[in-house]
Design a protein around this ligand. Structure first.
Ligand code: FES
Length: 346
């Protein structure tokens, strides 16, 4: 029996393309502090991967084929996946507002997905007496989370905030200033050529989550020097410091990160990084300094703030095959296409 609510049906009518268009519309309404973070979150939890897993006939086999490691499912992290967004501090209220919106949803409502997200954010901003732009990104995240988890699981999550009160009190401007700041190289720093050092922040909600690297080193290289914690105990993928790494040669896809601040201080994406990151399925862009990078390839020339996704895998080939199937079999129903291509790859 189909127990989907009208709002879930509405959400499920939106595929990756529809969500991309929605995000483009929303971006100008999202506060600068969360503009990169929101785009990174949507790259970390791709709808096509979720759908592929849902439609897979043999899920275990399929996850092995895609080499998935870590926590890739939103249903296990409904309250925590977005802790790196500024808007996370409003999560209990956002979650409640989105649940109310879902329950009150009227099928005859003609408002687009973007307009509904903006309307929920606007209402809540008035209630909380906050700037609406601080709530748009996190509200979009809540909508997508509900699409991937379903309303019952979404409602069941306790709605907790995962950051401490000290970090919760920070103003957006404070965070933006910290991201823009570069390491001082001392009084005669301008004379330094080879021994410049820069800080990489890998969790803005933890003052100790930082390591240093030398000018021109890649992000993963610097991370290996950080032995301040038992990283493996926190995440078995973190064998050599806070950034999960395996091959260090753009072959495995383990080390992908999102760049919250300082993307412009990283070297341009090289030919190999660009080709492989697309093959892994993480991002498909010709942008020279995108928000998603392979840490083992991205060389830093300044302080940067990154966020580490809780999983890694290789699903770009699956997406490509899916697209080819769709392109060549346009007369079939989309769902049949997806099922067929998923089976072909399995
Ligand atoms: S460590 Fe394998 S791609 Fe970077």
């Amino acid at each position: 029996m189909n127990t989907e609510t009208p709002f879930e049906t509405f959400l499920n009518q939106h595929d990756e393309e529809a969500w991309s268009a929605t995000l483009v519309t929303l971006l100008r309404s999202i506060h600068e502090v969360d503009r990169n973070a929101t785009q990174i979150w949507f790259a970390f939890y791709p709808l096509p991967l979720f759908r592929a897993l849902e439609q897979s006939a043999d899920r275990d086999k399929f996850t092995q084929q895609l080499l998935l490691q870590g926590d890739y499912e939103l249903k296990d992290q409904i309250d925590s996946s977005h802790a790196f967004l500024y808007g996370h501090r409003f999560w209990p209220q956002v979650k409640q507002a989105v649940e109310q919106h879902a329950e009150a949803f009227n099928q005859t409502l003609r408002a687009s997905l973007a307009d509904q997200i903006l309307a929920v954010a606007r209402r809540l901003a008035r209630e909380l007496k906050k700037d609406e732009s601080l709530l748009v990104g996190i509200t979009a995240v809540a909508f997508m989370t509900m699409q991937q988890t379903g309303l019952p699981a979404f409602k069941e999550a306790p709605g907790t905030i995962s950051i401490d009160s000290k970090h919760r009190k920070k103003a957006p401007e404070q965070i933006l200033r910290a991201r823009a700041k570069d390491d001082s190289q001392g009084l005669l720093g301008f004379l330094k050529t080879v021994d410049k050092q820069f800080t990489v922040t890998h969790d803005e909600n933890d003052d100790k989550a930082k390591y240093k690297l030398n000018d021109g080193q890649d992000l993963a290289w610097g991370a290996a020097n950080d032995r301040s914690r038992d990283w493996i105990a926190l995440d078995p993928r973190r064998m050599e410091g806070p950034i999960p790494v395996e091959c260090r040669s753009a072959s495995c896809g383990t080390c992908w990160v999102g760049v919250l601040g300082g993307a412009e201080k990283l070297a341009d994406v090289g030919a190999r990084e660009g080709k492989k990151i697309k093959e892994f399925g993480y991002i498909d862009t010709a942008e020279p300094k995108p928000l998603i990078r392979l840490a083992c390839q991205a060389q830093a020339h300044g302080a940067v703030s990154v966020v580490i996704p809780p999983w890694n895998g290789q699903f770009g080939k699956y997406l490509k095959a899916l697209k080819e199937m769709k392109d060549t079999a346009v007369s079939l129903e989309p769902k049949q296409n997806e099922d067929a291509s998923a089976e072909t790859i399995q």
